[in-house]
Design a protein around this ligand. Structure first.
Ligand SMILES: Cc1ncc(COP(=O)(O)O)c(C=O)c1O
Length: 341
């Protein structure tokens, strides 16, 4: 039986054409700056995101860490949403390696409002207080159910940060999901930030990697930090080729299909009395359920894989490896096994 794996969009596998592009990639040693395919992906990504330069990094976690290390000094305060990935799921790296005081901001479905962030900025010239120097937002939000920032909301946040002499970073693990749903130009959105990255290995279907973008001076420093963190890779054009293939072949635009399937899933299950407590405008849904572990096991026995979220919710995520047929089987399996009384 084919599995329908709704645990995460990070589970997408490179398809045959992407693998062929990887096999054919022109390679060199990227630590020596000699991998032409990596250079092409970096130049392409910088232009796409309205930034001067970009850098291939092994993971989103490393992209976030590099940005936080560059934009701050130990002992300073970072503002980020209370449900953000950087705060909750990156192993405490901001405390361990960047020496930051992370100040969680109350959010609405993962999103921070500029007025709320403004209340947490502390820059008093008094030795009692840590200075707030950076705000990080997530687009789309993971625990917020895939909600996204509009251009105007991001402009307000960037405006606040720059007025206060702070930097702003965007964790774009699912950046293009948000931009596609908002109908927003990547260059206009990206240019608002001091640094921004997107993941190759989530909805875009590549096996690994992320691309971090910013000013030329920022990326120059980022290259040094990437090396310090052990992220300088050699013939990594083999991975960059997958990214270029995704960009060149409509994989960004195809994210709208994942959103359509997620919406169909929601409508079909809501009609049967299932409850989704958050809006889910892109590809991530949290389903309220009495006993998530029992539900997860029952679904898994029928080949439908989901992720436990908390004692009341299961997470499902749509991605390019879920077909319309898989969607229908998932809907039917949820209804049959878990229909609310
Ligand atoms: C919002 C968000 N940021 C960062 C990451 C980390 O990305 P990576 O797994 O590439 O380190 C993830 C991973 O799921 C994520 O969802």
């Amino acid at each position: 039986m084919n599995r329908i794996d709704l645990r995460s969009d990070s589970l997408t596998l490179p398809d045959a054409d992407m693998r062929a592009a990887m096999a054919a990639a022109e390679l060199g040693d990227d630590v020596y700056g000699e991998d032409p395919t990596v250079k092409r992906l970096e130049a392409r990504s910088a232009e796409l995101l309205g930034q001067e330069a970009a850098l291939f990094v092994p993971s989103g976690t490393m992209a976030n860490l590099i940005a936080h290390l560059i934009h701050t000094r130990p002992g300073q305060t970072l503002l980020l949403s209370e449900s953000s990935h950087s705060l909750l799921y990156e192993g405490g790296n901001l405390a361990a390696f960047a020496g930051l005081l992370s100040r969680p901001i109350p959010d609405t479905h993962g999103k921070i409002a500029a007025a709320m962030a403004a209340r947490f900025v502390m820059q008093i010239d008094d030795p009692h207080f840590s200075h707030t120097t950076l705000l990080t937002i997530e687009n789309t939000t993971n625990r917020g159910g895939g909600t996204y920032y509009t251009l105007e909301e991001a402009q307000q946040l960037a405006g606040l940060c720059h007025e206060r002499g702070m930097k702003i970073h965007c964790d774009g693990a699912r950046l293009f999901n948000g931009l596609v749903a908002a109908g927003c130009s990547p260059a206009e959105f990206g240019a608002l930030f001091d640094s921004i990255y997107y993941s190759l290995s989530k909805g875009l279907g590549c096996p690994a990697g992320a691309v971090l973008a910013g000013s030329a001076a920022f990326i120059h420093q980022a290259r040094r930090y990437r090396k310090m963190l052990g992220g300088g890779l050699r013939q990594v054009g083999v991975l960059a080729a997958a990214g270029l293939y995704a960009l060149d072949n409509g994989y960004i635009e195809a994210l709208a299909e994942d959103h359509r399937r997620a919406a169909t899933f929601r409508e079909a299950l809501e009609a049967e009395g299932f409850v989704f407590p958050q809006p889910f405008p892109t590809n991530i849904a949290y389903l309220r359920i009495d006993n998530p572990m029992a539900a997860l096991q029952a679904l898994a026995a029928e080949g439908v894989l989901t992720l436990p979220h908390d004692p009341m919710h299961l997470r499902v995520m749509f991605h390019r490896d879920i077909t319309d047929e898989g969607l229908q089987r998932a809907i039917e399996t949820f209804k049959r096994l878990l229909k609310p009384a």
